[in-house]
Design a protein around this ligand. Structure first.
Ligand SMILES: [Mg+2]
Length: 241
């Protein structure tokens, strides 16, 4: 495991939420920041002149309930955003009715599988039904292929069907052209497969990519778990206090 190089005051910090800043739980609605985590993120945002962004697969409103709203938030893999102090608006639902029906036909008979609509993104959770994975893996690719504007992506005990422009990499690329991020070195910390898109962009921009956990990744560096992420961020905070 290659421990990451230290952060600098000239960085733009992109942080995933679940599995990176907050420990994953069986019930995704119960996930919260560890004690002191919110304050730490706010302090970091001050030190980096506001160039801290939370970037999550959660819906923007859902994410905003769990993190300080004085920082940048990007929900639905970057499809929707709220700036510091802005209230997250509920996105209109984009999912076509026939798509929704096909998904329900597949997933409703699978006990324990949960279908979650997050605006235009659909998450299929099977953490509580591991046996359903084979059926989902067999049928979701062909089902998704019928809807050309959508991509199927896999995460930890989750499949996600997303509009093609809901992509953390595209989000980072876009945000890095905007104040207060522009001109800084991008740093992305994330734990899941959807973070790989952001790692690729950050690597191309000469930034730091940091994978949380042991799975295969194109990130340059690794941290073992959520606690190590907080420790890494705290060390940077304390060094510049
Ligand atoms: Mg994550």
């Amino acid at each position: 495991m290659t421990f990451p190089a230290p952060l600098s005051l000239k960085d733009a910090l992109f942080l995933d939420f679940d599995g990176t800043l907050a420990p994953i739980q069986e019930d995704a609605s119960k996930v919260v920041l560890p004690e002191g985590g919110g304050d730490l993120i706010l302090e970091l945002s001050k030190k980096l002149d506001g160039a801290v962004a939370l970037i999550s697969g959660r819906g923007l409103q859902d994410l905003s309930m769990r993190v300080p709203n004085a920082i940048w938030r990007y929900g639905n893999h970057g499809l929707f955003s709220a700036g510091p102090g802005e209230t997250a608006q509920a996105p209109a639902t984009f999912l076509a009715d026939d798509f929704r029906r096909s998904l329900a036909a597949l997933t409703v008979p699978l006990k324990g599988v949960e279908l979650e609509e997050k605006g235009p993104v659909v998450a299929i959770h099977y953490r509580k039904a591991p046996d359903a994975e084979t059926v989902l893996r067999e049928h979701l690719p062909s089902l998704t292929a019928k809807f050309p504007n959508y991509n199927l992506q896999e995460g930890k005990c989750i499949f996600e069907i997303k509009p093609k422009d809901a992509n953390k990499g595209e989000c980072v690329r876009r945000v890095m052209d905007e104040t207060p991020f522009k001109g800084r070195r991008p740093v992305m910390i994330g734990d899941d497969t959807t973070d790989e898109d952001a790692f690729r962009v950050v690597n191309n921009l000469g930034g730091l990519s940091i994978k949380v956990g042991e799975e295969k990744s194109i990130a340059q560096y690794r941290l073992p778990d959520v606690a190590a992420v907080h420790k890494y961020l705290k060390e940077f905070h304390d060094k510049h206090n």
